[in-house]
Design a protein around this ligand. Structure first.
Ligand SMILES: [Zn+2]
Length: 437
């Protein structure tokens, strides 16, 4: 069913363009000249089409070269992107390490700060003790001077000439019991200072250990941050490559686009020229129809046809597309098929007469025209081959050609026309008014 529809559609389209009555019938000579001129024009277009096709093929080569580049650059970009991803992953890992170490460094810094605070407290305590010693010493000195002024002891002089506190204290102890209590106080303070100083030494040792640990950690961190910098530098190199390839890819993509647009231009040109050629072919077809009609004598009225169905046996055939002039696309004949396959099956002469056309042209493909006399002729189009040649006399019912799908046709069928030559030109009549199954 689908095939039949296609055939119908095909024929309708083909014949729409040739369905007009020919103008005043030209002489055979000038008609042949006109046909030749159209054939020349068509040949020129063939040359243009061949040139454009050559250009399209060249462009195709260029395009495939560009496509190779596009693929290559895309592959490079993919590979580079993979490398960048690897670098990112490495940076992430190194940053993780560095962050962990930083946390340890921060903890160490906190511990150092705590120790510094403790050292300060101890320092303050020492300062307090030293101040107490100083004050006690002052009081003691003043007291001794008062005793000396009153002339109470000659030993005081010895004490007062001591060049240091320790000498003073030693002499004081030896000299007299008067100031013993003060001396004990001073000694107590001195012990306190000593203890504090030992505490500070301990704290400073702890601080020094922490600072050593901090140093070690900082060095470790530096290894990781250096590594990050190194990876980032490598990444930058790859990113630069990436950018270069992206640029190259953009350039070839643009070139490819241009080539595609050029190809489209030439394809459009070809399609335009093909259309033009089709028009010439249609015109040639039309001029050939005139040929048929001019050979038969002009009838005074529509001749009685006596025509028969052009396929045999008729009972084994059907009409796949009818005659149509009322609405576009027009169809100036009927399309006939055999049940089942039509390809290569016989076409018979619808009436006796003379073969006046049997050649290939344009939309009709292999086309035969039989002149039955009195202005009546029949046309058989899309044939696969002919059984008769131009000039042959044929008898009604005789095999003249075989069904095919030549010319503008999508499936094997017979396009059959009945034409009457009138004083106004050629009329293509509805074949079913002349023949029946
Ligand atoms: Zn048709």
């Amino acid at each position: 069913m689908k095939r039949i529809f296609l055939i119908m559609l095909c024929c309708a389209t083909v014949l729409a363009s040739v369905n007009y009555y020919a103008p005043a019938i030209s002489s055979a000579a000038s008609r042949d000249e006109e046909i030749q001129a159209l054939k020349d024009k068509s040949a020129k277009l063939d040359l243009e089409i061949a040139k454009a096709q050559k250009r399209i093929n060249e462009l195709k080569d260029d395009k495939s070269n560009q496509k190779v580049l596009v693929d290559e650059y895309n592959a490079q970009l993919d590979a580079l992107q993979e490398q960048i991803d690897v670098f990112d992953e490495k940076i992430k890992i190194q940053t993780g390490f560095a962050n962990e170490i930083q946390a340890e460094i921060t903890a160490l810094n906190n511990q150092i700060a705590e120790i510094d605070a403790e050292i300060k407290i101890i320092d303050d305590a020492i300062a307090e003790c030293e101040k107490n010693i100083e004050e006690t010493y002052e009081i003691l000195s003043r007291r001794l001077r008062a005793i000396y002024m009153n002339g109470e002891s000659s030993e005081i002089e010895i004490l007062l000439t001591a060049d240091s506190l320790s000498t003073f204290l030693m002499r004081l102890e030896l000299a007299s019991g008067v100031a013993r209590r003060d001396a004990e106080t001073v000694n107590g303070l001195k012990d306190n200072i000593k203890m504090r100083e030992e505490q500070i030494a301990g704290q400073k040792k702890a601080k020094a250990d922490l600072e050593t640990a901090k140093q070690t950690h900082s060095e470790k961190k530096k290894v990781h941050t250096d590594k990050i910098t190194e990876i980032e530098n490598e990444k930058t190199v790859v990113e630069t490559h990436n950018a270069e390839f992206q640029k190259k890819l953009d350039a070839v993509s643009a070139e490819l686009k241009k080539l595609e647009s050029d190809s489209r231009y030439f394809e459009n040109q070809i399609s335009k020229w093909e259309d033009e050629k089709d028009k010439y072919a249609d015109k040639i077809d039309d001029l050939l129809h005139n040929k048929a009609s001019t050979i038969g004598s002009t009838p005074e009225s529509t001749p009685a046809s006596g025509l028969i169905w052009p396929l045999s046996p008729a009972s084994d055939t059907y009409v796949s597309s009818g005659y149509r002039t009322s609405k576009r696309p027009n169809h100036t004949g009927v399309d006939l098929c055999y049940n089942g396959s039509s390809q290569g099956k016989k076409i018979i002469a619808s009436g006796s007469g003379k073969v006046i056309e049997a050649s290939y042209h344009g939309a009709y493909g292999n086309c035969m025209v039989i002149d039955h006399g009195n202005g009546l002729s029949t046309l058989y189009a899309h044939c696969s081959s002919f059984a008769k040649s131009v000039g042959s006399n044929v008898t009604k019912g005789e095999t003249i050609a075989y069904i095919g799908s030549t010319g503008r046709s999508t499936g094997p069928h017979l396009h059959f026309e009945v034409r009457i030559n009138t004083s106004g030109g050629i009329e293509r009549k509805s074949p079913l008014n002349y023949v029946s199954k």
